[in-house]
Design a protein around this ligand. Structure first.
Ligand code: 5HY
Length: 243
């Protein structure tokens, strides 16, 4: 199957590291096609960044429509542009936050999220509510690690994440950790070995769920709110996207 992996920020290094994590977990026969927007922030760490991340996802989804991709993963913990991508793509479209929440909730009665900047915790909180995980998600914890610092995650940074996860497990009485950034994808196994509880990386979870949905022959319904966008005149630089 052909799996489109969209990194909504414009960091080529992060797109490469996310793609490597996805290829490591993907089944034989799954081709990972990694893309990032042609515009926007190098990392998404707030509402303004998130707005452009969502537009970038819409751009890449639109450009991929008709390319025969079987499923798509949006590799940013805010799941930016998820609904927009579901409108223009036929195959299943999964956000890494949604996938990680489902995986963690199937493993533990309670999980905690450990993420990057504290200011983005509200974005994760809103996703917990949107997806209906209020009961399973017992806490969301920022570490104030800038997203781009994850590109060169050394021992000190991993130790900071480990300490934050230990505090979260204790404070929330949780039994699983969800990593709150696609840039943490490569750290899940190390943290899981140290913490002794499930550590869920949304990139890996989304890739496996996408493969499963595609194997089941299930697609996004093209009726109702995920029907294709209605044609209309567009103005400005984006008009080329819909012509
Ligand atoms: C992410 N930002 O996964 C989110 C993490 C966050 O550029 N990739 C980003 O802090 O919300």
């Amino acid at each position: 199957m052909r799996l489109l992996l969209i990194n909504p920020n414009t960091s080529a290094a992060m797109t490469a590291s996310i793609a490597a994590a996805a290829r490591e977990i993907a089944a034989a026969g799954t081709e990972i096609i990694a893309r990032q927007p042609s515009f926007g922030p190098a990392s998404i760490e707030g509402h303004f960044d998130d707005a452009f991340g969502a537009a970038g996802v819409a751009e890449q989804a639109r450009l991929a429509a008709g390319d025969g991709v079987d499923a798509t993963v949006i590799a940013c913990f805010g799941d930016p542009g998820l609904d927009a991508a579901r409108e223009v793509l036929a195959g299943p479209v999964l956000g890494i936050a949604e996938a990680a929440f489902h995986a963690a909730a199937m493993l533990a009665t309670g999980f905690s999220v450990v993420t990057t900047m504290s200011r983005t915790c509200v974005i994760a909180e809103r996703l917990v509510q949107r997806y209906g995980f209020e009961r399973a998600c017992r806490g969301i914890h920022g570490t104030d690690i800038p997203v781009l610092d994850l590109e060169a995650a050394g021992d000190a940074l991993v130790a900071t994440l480990e300490a934050a996860a230990r505090r979260a497990l204790a404070a929330d009485r949780s039994e699983a950790i969800v990593l709150g950034c696609a840039g943490m994808a490569g750290l899940a196994r190390t943290l899981q070995a140290r913490l002794g509880v499930p550590v869920v990386d949304g990139v890996a979870a989304a890739v496996k769920f996408a493969e499963a949905l595609a194997a089941l022959g299930l697609q996004t319904p093209k009726v109702g709110d995920y029907a294709p966008p209605r044609p209309k005149p567009w103005a400005g630089w984006a008009s080329g996207l819909v012509a």
